[in-house]
Ligand binder design. Structure first.
Ligand SMILES: Nc1ncnc2c1ncn2[C@@H]1O[C@H](COP(=O)(O)OP(=O)(O)OP(=O)(O)O)[C@@H](O)[C@H]1O
Ligand SMILES: [Mg+2]
Length: 488
């Protein structure tokens, strides 16, 4: 364990770290902060949720001279929400030193942004498109930038962004220091990265798996047309505090979010076709739990740090293993636990195996929950609430009425009625999600494939007709029991 003291961090930042409740440095922080503070270029790779933001934020703030009101540090991030979040964290870290950080991204009012930039932030955290726009207008000048960071570096150096990144880096003075961070770093991207840097030091926090071990990973083999019912049944059983459901297309995100609302869930969708105002409001509602299920495209896959996300669903399995790693990494952050559940259509089993191979982790097969299990799951939510109320013990004033009730009815009937009243009514509103092509693997591994397949037909029935009852449940316990041991 490394304390921040051992890393020779200056007092103002130490005070900020204390305020933020950071007691010890995470491994990626312990390894990269000294290297970066010595002036090295660094490529830092560590699992999701392990504190990479502070790993580049701290050395960046150390480099800033707050008396000079010019942009000295630049962070580039792939999405607007992430740019905003990273700016917030660097602001917290740099506050006591008087270092001001400003997020700059598209969808915000240009004139207002230009006015704010005139106030002279020391650090800008930007998305590439809007940053280039400002650089062309000369409303952002990069000639004094001493340190540049690519957060989610492999994504930034991928096809979609690489040209923009080259243009941005061309305009930053040669003597600059460059830091690249991500949880994933495919080899071909690392080679591109090295060319843009000055003899970088590579730090890879060693771990057997690319994914975080405190995220339990499951998969459910389910035909496309049963995915939605499987999702709502699963949500009923697990009653997640906050869940993110990833889907492949914006259209499906909208449809899933609307379908969930129709079935009584507080759900909203987020994707790139929404206005920035809508994107921000949906994310804020999710952060303060007014929305319990966030349905998203990969726009929410990388970097977002929302505490309390207990479940990540891959309604559609992603194409790349990297995307899988980042998506499920929205839970199980900073040492917490989480569950990731991926829906795999029968034709995608080979793809699932290729993801497992790349990430060096296993997903355990679970069976799709039945309608009866989902009903019991919802009742259990009520029972949990009831038990909490019993624990609070403040029930004396209800005793007399309770006694009267029990004189005329037996206790089972009374309790059952109370449970019925308190349990969220299950809606069976029919929902149709437009179809998606299954993802295929170029080289489908043969053979092993077969023992993964089971005939799941018997598990699906029309909603509310009742499926196969698996017997008594005990929330998670039942869930565990149903794992297929052949695959764990
Ligand atoms: N040393 C620390 N002690 C306690 N909490 C920390 C520490 N460093 C960071 N955190 C917290 O851990 C959470 C995850 O950090 P962060 O978002 O930087 O992870 P990340 O490695 O960038 O993940 P991702 O790969 O998903 O982007 C944040 O809430 C952050 O405030
Ligand atoms: Mg991050």
């Amino acid at each position: 364990m490394t304390t921040f003291n051992e890393l020779s961090i200056s007092q103002p930042i130490m005070t900020a770290l204390e305020k933020m409740g950071f007691e010890e440095a995470t491994p990626i922080q312990a390894e990269t902060i000294p290297l970066a503070m010595q002036g090295n270029d660094v490529i830092g790779q560590a699992q999701t949720g392990t504190g990479k933001t502070a790993a580049f934020g701290i050395p960046m703030i150390e480099k800033i001279d707050p008396s000079q009101k010019i942009i000295q540090g630049l962070v580039v991030a792939p999405t607007r929400e992430l740019a905003n979040q990273v700016a917030e964290e660097i602001n917290r870290l740099g506050k006591n030193k008087g270092v001001r950080t400003m997020p700059v991204y598209g969808g915000q009012h240009m004139e207002r942004q230009i006015r704010a930039l005139k106030d002279g932030p020391h650090i800008v955290v930007a998305t590439p498109g809007r940053l280039l726009d400002h650089m062309r207008r000369k409303t952002i000048r990069t000639n004094n930038v001493k340190i540049a960071v690519l957060d989610e570096a492999d994504e930034m150096l991928n096809m979609g962004f690489i040209d923009d990144i080259r243009d941005i880096l061309k305009n930053i003075p040669d003597g600059r220091q460059t830091l690249l961070f991500s949880a994933t770093m495919p080899k071909e991207i690392r080679d591109i990265a090295t060319n843009l840097m000055n003899s970088p030091k590579e730090v890879k926090v060693k771990s057997k798996e690319m994914t975080v071990t405190n995220i339990e990973q499951f998969f459910i083999e389910v035909p496309e047309k049963y995915k939605f019912d499987t999702l709502t049944n699963h949500l009923d059983i697990n009653a997640p505090a906050l869940a993110i459901v990833f889907s492949r297309t914006k259209k499906r995100v909208d449809e899933i979010a609307e379908g969930l609302q129709a079935r009584g869930f507080r759900a909203e969708g987020i994707h790139g076709d929404l206005t920035q105002g809508k994107r921000t409001s949906v994310l804020n509602k999710f952060k303060n739990s007014r929305v319990e299920v966030l349905v998203a495209t990969d726009v929410a896959a990388r970097g977002l740090d929302i505490s309390g996300v207990t479940h990540v669903y891959n309604f559609d399995i992603p194409q790349d293993p990297e995307s899988y790693v980042h998506r499920i990494g929205r839970t199980g952050r900073a040492g917490r636990t989480g569950e990731a559940i991926s829906f795999i259509t029968p034709r995608e089993i080979a793809h699932l195996q290729s993801i497992e191979k790349m990430t060096k982790s296993k997903m355990k097969r679970i069976m799709p929950p039945t309608n009866q299990e989902a009903e019991r799951g919802q009742q259990q939510v009520t029972v949990d609430k009831l038990l909490q109320t019993i624990e609070q013990k403040d029930l004396k004033s209800y005793h007399e009425t309770a006694n009267e009730l029990l004189q005329n009815h037996d206790s089972i009937t009374v309790i059952a009625a109370a449970l019925k009243m308190l349990t969220k009514e299950r809606r069976d509103t029919p929902v149709r999600i437009s179809s998606a092509q299954p993802i295929s693997v170029k080289k489908a591994p043969r053979g092993k494939d077969n023992n993964r397949r089971t005939n799941n037909k018997k598990f699906y029935g029309k909603r509310n007709q009742g499926g196969r009852n698996q017997g008594g449940r005990n929330r998670k316990g039942n869930f565990q029991k149903r794992r297929n041991n052949n695959n764990s």
